[in-house]
Each structure stands twice: as structure tokens, then as C-alpha cells.
Design a protein around this ligand. Sequence first.
Ligand code: FAD
Length: 361
Amino acid sequence: MRDVEVAVIGAGQAGLSGAYHLRRAGLAPDRDFVVLDHGAGPGGAWRNRWDTLTTETVNGVHDLPGMPWTRPARPRPVNTAVPAYFAAFERAFDLRVRRPVRVRRVREGPATGRLLVETADGTWSARGLINATGTWERPFWPYYQGSRSFRGRQLHTAGYRGAAEFAGQRVVVVGGGGSAADMLVDLVPVASAVTWVTRRPLDLMPGPFDEERGRASVAVIAERVRRGHLPGSVVSATGLALPTVVAEAVEDGRIALTRSFDRVTPEGVAWDDGRSVAADAILWATGFRPSVAHLGPLDLRERGGGIRVEGTRAVADPRVHLIGYGPTASTIGANRAGRTAVRELRDHLGGFRTATPTPAG
Ligand code: FAD
């Protein structure tokens, strides 16, 4: 068992921001704090995004603190460009991320006030915890009658690797969020038929995504997590920014946009009014849930299914901060949350106890 002041779980945008601010607060990496990450290498969830999601087509990746990202001159897949940037960041600030290490659970330690972070690589005992585990590892598959009977292929956004494998196929895309839109951009030129199914009429973002809209949508999600509800997706608060190619394809009928079906059949999907659509593949762009099962022993969950969070602090246990969670689940929000979490943890713990002298300020 190793003692640290703070354990950071996850080294995506959120965890790296937290680690950077711990370092700035005078904590030494791998001695005063530890960063544990399940990924095979740097990059967080960006490592797993598909090849056609590029530095040009993605909405925008915010800089990490203290090291602006030099965007490549020509478009590059985000699944290599962002990991390269994160790797350089980890090196520049000597963050010594330990990976691949999966945290199995976090529980109350026998010593007063300490949390035990248990992994296959051993246990860390910490006074504070920054949880930055994202959502990628918990894809959400809604239940539909008949799903198992489908003879074609079903996959979730988390398993999507590009449209090439759907060339000439009839594809049903389920979901009204940003991932569905990103995949439709790819699929329209290659699939033989595309049906886009959304639960509610499309909720489009009115006008550009400016600072004011950003603030308003963050406030909506912050209120949800303050009440202990599941955060919901960012798009559910902002509305969807529909790529022009997708809007045009809906307009001219290359994408058949329709409301949710009632069941899955061996051949495709069907509605109770007798309609059906035949499909070779169903793509579930139905979102993700926070990866927080390892925090189960701390009993943080509310009846609403979520963890009540004020700012970044878990209301039920102020030693625990969740960043990249709810209103901070974007690259810009994750950045800010790292700073807030470190400041609040330091205040809550009555200052950090470091093995090295702490600089003033
Ligand atoms: P992640 O990047 O998911 O990092 C979490 C890390 O924690 C991972 O490395 C994981 O391996 C690790 N981990 C998880 N569980 C454990 C465990 N038990 N033990 C140890 N480690 C663990 N946001 C934007 O701002 N701009 C965009 O253009 C944009 N595009 C997007 C496109 C898609 C398709 C999707 C799905 C999301 C997009 N987002 C975008 C959202 C953005 O990617 C995330 O909000 C942000 O990157 C999340 O960072 P994170 O650090 O919270 O999580």
C-alpha cells in the first residue's frame, strides 16, 4: 500500500488537467499524487475514436492548461493527433501516469479520513480523490423488444471504426446526438440506404454555439447533477448542431428521418402501425453513462441514479471530486474542472501535506 495526498483516476482531458494543477500546487508526481489510467497509452477516449473523425471534422478540442495545442496543418484523425498532444503534455509536466491500471474500487480505509484506491497493481491510500473516468467505457444500449433476433450487425458508437464496412448496406442509425450526426456524415456517401431514428423530433441548436449558449447549457446540466439526477448529454441541453451535409441529405431524402421504432425484427426494425425498414446493420448512437461503478462502495449515488455534485465536489463526500462529469463533460469544461477540484480539495484538506516544499500561492 502506498500513501499519497491525492489519487487521480483517469488521464483524459479532465484527469490531465487535475494532475497539472496538483503539480502547480506543489505536489510531486508519483509521490504526493498518483495518476492511474486504464488506457493502453495517452489520449483518454480520443484513442478510440474512428479514423474519419479528424481535427477538421470534430467540433473542437480545447487546449490543455499550460500547453497550447499546435493543430496539424492538414486534417489528421483525432485518434492519433490528440493522443500525441496528450503524450507531449504528460512528458512536459512529468506527470508519470501509471497505465494500464484499472481501478476496481474505491472504499473507505481503516485509517480515519483516508480512501483506499484498489487496483490489480496494488492499493493507494489517499486523502483526496479526483475521479476523471469519463463515459466511453460505459456505452448505453437501450432495450428494444426483439433486439436479439436481428440477423444483421449491431454496434454502438463505442465500436464504430468508420463507414467503409457499411458500403452498399442498408443502415439504421439510432440516436439524436452529436455521435449520430458524425456517423451520418460518413455513411451517407457509401451506404445504399440510411434511416435515421430519433426518439423525439430533432432538437436543433438555434444559431451558433457561442459563449452565452455554452453557459446556459452548462447551467442546465449543473442543475441536474446538483439534484442527483444523471447528467444527460451535452446535446440534450444545447440542441444539435446539424452538419450541412446531413441537413441536405435529410432534405433530399438520402436520409430517411423518422421517429423511434417499436421493435427490432430479424430483418430490421418495425413500428406498431405496420411500417418496417429492412436493414443490414443497426448503429446505436445512444450515448454513454458515467463510468463510476468503482465508486460504488462510497455510496454516493442518489435515488435519481446520479451522484449529487456541487461544482466538482460530491455532496455526500467532499474528499471526492468528479471532473469531466455532467456540466464539465467537454474538453473545455474538463480543463476548468481540474483547477476547481484541486483548489477545493486543498481547502477541504486544510492544505496539502507534501514531501517537498510547497511554493507560496
Ligand atoms: P476520457 O477522455 O474518457 O478519459 C477517461 C480516462 O479514464 C480514460 O483514459 C479511461 O481509460 C480512464 N478510466 C476509465 N475508467 C477507469 C478506471 N476504473 N480505472 C482507471 N482508469 C479509468 N468534446 C469537445 O469538447 N469537443 C469535441 O469535438 C468533442 N467531440 C466528441 C465526439 C465524440 C464521438 C464523443 C463521444 C465525445 C466528444 N466530445 C467532445 C466529448 C469529449 O470527448 C469528452 O467530454 C472529453 O474528452 C472527456 O474527457 P475525460 O477526461 O472526461 O474522459
